[in-house]
Ligand binder design. Structure first.
Ligand SMILES: NC(=O)c1ccc[n+]([C@@H]2O[C@H](COP(=O)([O-])OP(=O)(O)OC[C@H]3O[C@@H](n4cnc5c(N)ncnc54)[C@H](O)[C@@H]3O)[C@@H](O)[C@H]2O)c1
Ligand SMILES: O=C(O)C[C@H](O)C(=O)O
Length: 328
């Protein structure tokens, strides 16, 4: 018997990430090749973006995806989020060359108050929310606080792009396959302060840290490369990352919904006090997923270097949180 369709909201659906994301959701790459989906697409209620959204929907139609059983265009989150099971909050301004992500807070923060309220009012009570729009952690925090009737743990921020970037850098450094790298994680904020941590990582059972054995490379090459990759792409493309961001969003939602088979991934989630991170701070943690739930990998040893990195990214996040207190 075929599965009941699920409702998936995507905001910023006519933007560049939206264009790289929607076709993959509709083809079953996010929720499985047996899961029918209804897309509820939100764009700003302005002629240009709404017209562009119609064009994207025409293309979706022209793909004749068997799993795409419904599709709607919206200009209001109160209708776009009605009964949604999954919400990918992408819509917001990207940064341009020379901008820092924190500069986006003033521009984008308010969007997430309105969208959190709308999710609170009309979404499924089990909605799984992924915030992609930057600054992603703090926007997810704002949305979570605006939705007091939903479970805080169902609001997440995207750290998966940092995780995937770290995987690729380690594969290149060691000359091994990405697929063989286990137990990598990224702590903290989706920003240059994030701490990509390969101390526990293994490749076919062997320690990656021992294989690399180069703390100078870790501190001065690896961490800055992963942390500043977004800016490097903006510099090179003149536009912020889109296909890789959409890919990370698919990975994040797929793993949350369908499980990781014990494999560690990174998700930005509201802390429940794990590793000394204050409650509710939207922080990147190592998790495994099973039966639609994530579980933090607990009990990892935090050495002095790692603690310094975690403290730095935490400070940035608590400063960002303080900066949006008026929106909470
Ligand atoms: N977390 C990550 O890893 C990550 C990675 C890449 C990009 N991003 C962020 O994702 C966001 C989108 O990037 P993009 O390249 O797709 O930008 P884009 O400008 O191409 O598209 C954004 C779209 O969002 C729409 N939009 C703006 N406000 C909206 C609202 N209130 N409701 C609905 N739609 C709205 C715009 O009309 C536009 O079509 C940016 O904030 C960017 O910085 C995050
Ligand atoms: O860096 C940006 O502004 C875009 C995105 O967050 C990225 O990491 O590529």
């Amino acid at each position: 018997m075929s599965k009941k369709p699920v409702r998936v909201a995507v905001t910023g659906a006519a933007g560049q990430i939206g264009y790289a994301l929607l076709f993959r959701i509709a083809s079953g790459e996010m929720l499985g090749k047996d899961q029918p989906v209804i897309l509820q697409l939100l764009e700003v209620p302005v002629e240009g973006p709404q017209k562009a959204l119609k064009g994207v929907m025409m293309e979706l139609e022209d793909c004749a995806f068997p799993l795409l059983v419904g599709m709607e265009a919206h200009g209001d989150p109160m209708t776009a989020f009605k009964d949604v099971d999954y919400a990918l909050l992408v819509g917001s301004r990207p940064r341009g060359p020379g901008m820092e992500r924190a500069e986006l807070l003033a521009i984008n923060g308010a969007i997430f108050t309105a969208q959190g309220k709308a999710l609170n009012a009309v979404a499924s009570r089990n909605v799984k929310v992924l915030v992609v729009g930057n600054p992603a952690n703090t926007n997810a925090f704002i949305a979570m606080k605006a939705a007091p009737d939903l479970k805080p743990g169902n609001f997440t921020a995207m750290l998966r792009l940092d995780h995937n970037r770290a995987l690729s850098q380690i594969a290149a450094k060691t000359g091994k396959a990405v697929a063989d790298i286990e137990n990598l994680c990224v702590w903290g904020n989706h920003s240059p302060t994030m701490y990509a941590d390969y101390r526990f990582a293994t490749i076919k059972g062997e320690s990656v840290k021992a294989m690399i054995n180069d703390q100078e490379w870790n501190a001065n090459v690896f961490l800055p490369t992963v942390g500043k990759r977004g800016a490097a792409i903006i510099e090179a493309r003149g536009l912020s990352s889109a296909a890789s961001a959409a890919n990370a969003a698919i990975d994040h939602m797929r793993d949350w919904a369908l499980g990781t088979n014990g494999k560690w991934v990174t998700m930005g989630i509201p802390s429940q006090g794990w590793y000394g991170i204050p409650k509710d701070v939207m922080f990147g943690f190592p998790v495994t997923c099973e039966n639609g739930e994530y579980k933090v990998v607990e009990g990892l040893e935090i050495d002095a270097f790692s603690q310094g990195c975690i403290d730095k990214t935490l400070k940035e996040l608590t400063d960002e949180q303080a900066g949006v207190a008026h929106l909470i």
